[in-house]
Design a binder for this molecule. Structure first.
Ligand code: G4P
Length: 547
């Protein structure tokens, strides 16, 4: 290997190619790890695909469609599981754009898998939220944004489907601010909407991009129009649209402040772009601005302090585990987000929870649609580790040090069922199956204090079928479920142990333990929860397992 010094840095050559050798800090700073979130059908899959197209990572449209769980099959959970299997390859989609390495983490569109999405949001540094301009803010957008707000994740908004007869853009921005409780700042502005959609004006670059409906080709160039008042714009759009644009821009400058990048990075303000993903429109502006302003790999909190990405020692955490669908192959893929240092293939790393040292001979990176074994990975990257059952969601891996990352909480499930063992000869198998499936994050497992009955909690109804099927197929255990009407399962704490004991004794029938033996209150209704809160004001009720 030859090393050359050039003005831009050092290059290495293997005789065929020259590669720029980047420093560790450069590798960190060029990474952008994010997720696209949206209510189903708003255009998340289409936008993901277009970003990959613009980034040069794929060359044909339709390549990403496999990550989509089609609505038509919602009743067929096997089909959904199959599609989830395909989606291993779309769990992370990485590509190089300009000098950046962009890592898109996929979030399942199906609402039954919302818990997966929540956890994925712990592994990203920012998000792009897609909103359908016809439908505005929808229920899932609201829920996802709440999760972002808990962590002050920076959000960029993409208002999609401007080629359809949507709402007035000012009304949409108002609705986003009110419903999602975030402050927005438009960076581009639409000219017309639906059939009369003409294009967008970039408020900061002062450029005009004209929409070429139906051609679905990239907009070739943007026109520099620094002064909207000198009549030049009328060469491209008619006077009515030009007048409307001038009036809108004047209003915008009176209502919205200039972009303060710091406020965006702290999660206080969300830049907004308008476009039409299916028509490739508005994507360039979004991507160019995104790589420039979105945060690089962020520091993460542990129980014993902060870990910064440029700390030399490797550390990371598991935020997602994907089971192999073939029951003959029990292996799983655990997804690791690298927080600090350099991950190296075949090096021993410490699994803090089990106090074991593990080595990975074929860690996998995901470049667009390609999987490949990698030798090294950097903070911000997500890699897949083949796992025979060692990992649990939330596990921390380090270079020998003992600490655990915070921030991979469980959220209160929304649906609950009692588990009945239908085959007493297979009690151990059922126990093991429930432990492992819940380690994977398929659902949460609680044990009632009074009688030891097992309760499964999920976000979507489909998960019960998935669990029942997988228990039989993979563990040879037969279970069925009894209905259990609960409002929420809330983790409880109190500074005064005596008061906590008194509460637990008073509500014994409604107390359970989670898998980590933490106390949980099973609230049957919002009203009963409120009663408990009023009677025991010192008890803290938490909707997530980390408080
Ligand atoms: P999702 O992942 O958020 O669920 O949404 P997805 O991208 O699959 O988009 C949902 C539907 O909206 C798709 O139509 C897609 O083509 C369409 N769509 C996406 N962006 C735009 C846009 O800018 N304008 C318009 N008019 N439509 C858009 P579909 O009929 O459900 O699927 P397909 O048959 O087109 O694949």
């Amino acid at each position: 290997m030859l090393i050359f010094a050039c003005p831009k840095g050092y290059y290495e050559s293997n005789g065929l190619n020259l590669h720029l050798i980047m420093s560790f800090t450069e590798e960190i700073n060029r990474r952008r790890t994010f997720a696209i979130i949206a209510h189903p059908d708003a255009g998340k899959t289409t936008l993901t695909e277009k970003l990959l197209l613009f980034g040069g990572a794929i060359h044909t449209a339709g390549a990403v469609k496999s990550n989509k769980i089609k609505k038509a099959t919602t009743s067929d959970f096997m089909e959904i599981e199959k599609q989830r299997g395909i989606s291993v390859s779309t769990s992370v989609m990485a590509f190089d754009y300009k000098n950046y390495k962009v890592n898109i983490l996929d979030t399942p569109g199906h609402e039954d898998f919302a818990e997966d999405t929540y956890r994925t949001l712990t592994a990203v540094d920012s998000v792009i939220m897609v909103i359908d301009c016809v439908k505005g803010v929808e229920p899932q957008t609201r829920k996802l944004l709440e999760v972002c707000r808990m962590r002050n994740t920076p959000v960029i908004v993409f208002i999609n489907k401007m080629d359809r007869e949507g709402r007035n853009p000012f009304d949409l921005l108002d609705e986003i601010e009110k419903e999602l409780k975030i402050k927005v700042l438009p960076l581009t502005w639409p000219i017309g909407i639906g059939k009369s959609f003409k294009g967008v004006y970039n408020l900061y670059e002062k450029t005009l991009n004209l929409f070429q409906g139906d051609s679905k080709t990239t907009v070739e160039e943007s026109l520099q129009i620094t002064d909207l008042n000198n009549g030049e714009i009328e060469k491209y759009i008619n006077k009515d649209f030009a007048d409307q644009l001038r009036a809108d821009v004047e209003l915008i400058s009176g209502v919205y402040d200039k972009l303060d990048k710091q406020k965006y990075l702290e999660g206080y303000i969300s830049p907004v772009f308008f476009g039409s993903a299916v028509n490739n429109f508005g994507i360039n502006e979004l991507l160019d601005c995104f790589v420039e302003i979105a945060p690089g790999p962020q520091q993460r909190e542990t129980e014993s302090g902060i870990i910064k990405p440029d700390d030399k020692k490797f550390s990371g955490f598991i935020f997602k585990i994907h089971a192999n669908l073939d029951p003959k192959h029990r292996d799983r893929i655990a997804f690791l987000r690298i927080v600090s240092g350099t991950f190296e293939r075949n090096k021993y790393y410490h699994q803090v929870r089990t106090d074991k040292d593990l080595r990975f001979s074929n860690p996998t990176a995901f470049m667009a649609q390609q999987k490949s074994i990698i030798d090294e990975a950097y903070p911000g990257d997500v890699i897949g580790l083949y796992d025979a059952g060692n990992f649990k969601i939330g596990d921390t891996l380090t270079e020998g040090v003992n600490f655990n990352f915070k921030g991979i909480p469980s959220f209160s499930p929304e649906l609950f069922r009692y588990v009945n063992n239908m085959d007493p000869m297979k009690t151990k198998q059922l126990q093991k199956g429930l432990e492992q499936l819940t380690d994977e994050g398929v659902a949460q497992l609680f044990t009632k204090k009074v009688d030891g009955r097992k309760i499964i909690g999920t976000v979507g109804a489909l998960q019960f079928e998935v669990i029942q099927h997988r228990l039989k197929a993979e563990y040879n255990a037969t279970a069925n479920f009894d209905q259990l009407n609960l409002y929420k399962a809330l983790w409880i704490t109190c500074d005064d142990k005596k008061k906590l004991d008194a509460f637990v004794a008073d509500r014994a029938a409604h107390i359970a333990y989670d898998k980590e033996q933490r106390l949980v209150f099973l609230a049957e209704s919002a009203w009963l929860l409120q009663m408990a809160q009023e009677k025991f004001p010192d008890i803290k009720f938490h909707v997530k397992s980390e408080y």
